[in-house]
Design a protein around this ligand. Structure first.
Ligand code: SAM
Length: 280
């Protein structure tokens, strides 16, 4: 019998993938972790029942979470990643001439699963001497660290279990403290089709601490509904003021497959249906 993985979006909606092979299926203290092989997306990382990333389209997600804030900041040197256990985001960050990246992931078994079964996603990122991987709760880390960062990226699972506090006002207050004067932050903020309330909540919580809040719209084919949002927040810098020419000048040589100056501008110019959500 053919097996399918059903990734549920909103009520009565799911995207399905034919499972040609199960490479890993185990339970960590935090979540069920699976790596499956599918015909179109290749190997996919599944946490509980939700697709996290895939060999075929990981660049769509990771480039659009990493580069809009990293190019908005004039000289990002110190970067913090919360979550992001598959290492795909870390790989994108390390394409910049950063000095130090601290990645705080709560579940070592997610890192190990990716390194063992989809090592192409992190590439050599975890071996880069600029990167420090810490296995601990990102909320507690941000609350207690004396370190300061230029850019913080929150690559969390949807709000459930240990990731719930990562969408709250207290976490954003602590992130404001660890970010410098030109500090900028980007968080994954969910689907505009069936998580509009999450987007509104994230924006409301961010606004309590950051004067600039911008939500961008992009495409992640392996997420239910394909359309996805990231929300950026900063103390001063506005990603919407960055020109396409400036992005194209600075991005030359990065070898990216998704992010360009035109994509930056388009993603930050939401269509009317999303504007309505953002203004609500
Ligand atoms: N791109 C994915 C998505 O949007 O579906 C997220 C990928 S990444 C694998 C999410 C990671 O966040 C998971 O590995 C999970 O263990 C981690 N995570 C969840 N809560 C966390 C917390 N409180 N601190 C640090 N990492 C956390």
């Amino acid at each position: 019998m053919t097996d399918w993985l059903w990734d549920h979006g909103g009520e009565g909606f799911a995207q399905a993938y034919r499972v040609d092979e199960v490479l890993l299926d185990l339970q960590s203290p935090y979540q069920r972790i699976r790596v499956i092989r599918t015909p179109l997306f290749g190997r996919m990382l599944i946490l509980d029942d939700a697709v996290q990333t895939s060999e075929a389209d990981e660049f769509c997600y990771h480039e659009m979470l990493a580069h809009p804030p990293l190019f908005t900041h004039p000289h990002p040197r110190r970067v913090l990643i919360i979550g992001g256990g598959d290492g795909g985001l870390l790989e994108e960050v390390l394409k910049h001439s950063v000095e130090r990246v601290v990645m705080v992931e709560i579940d070592r078994m997610v890192v190990d699963a990716t390194l063992r079964h989809i090592p192409e996603i992190p590439g050599g990122a975890f071996d880069d001497p600029r990167a420090e991987l810490r296995i601990e709760d990102g909320f507690a880390y941000v609350r207690n660290t004396p370190e300061r960062f230029d850019v913080a990226l929150v690559d969390s699972t949807d709000p459930q279990g240990p990731s719930v506090p990562l969408f709250g006002e207290a976490f954003y207050r602590d992130l404001h403290r660890v970010l410098g004067e030109d500090g900028i932050l980007a968080v994954q903020s969910g689907s505009p089709l069936y998580q509009a309330e999450l987007i509104t909540q994230v924006r409301r919580n961010l606004r309590q601490h950051f004067p600039v809040v911008r939500t961008l719209l992009t495409y992640v084919p392996s997420y239910p509904g394909v359309l996805w949002t990231f929300t950026l927040a900063s103390k001063r810098l506005d990603p919407a003021e960055l020109s396409a020419d400036e992005v194209d000048r600075r991005v030359a040589g990065f070898g990216l497959r998704y992010y360009t100056g035109a994509q930056h501008r388009a993603a930050l110019n939401p269509p009317p249906f999303l504007k309505q959500v953002l203004e609500s």
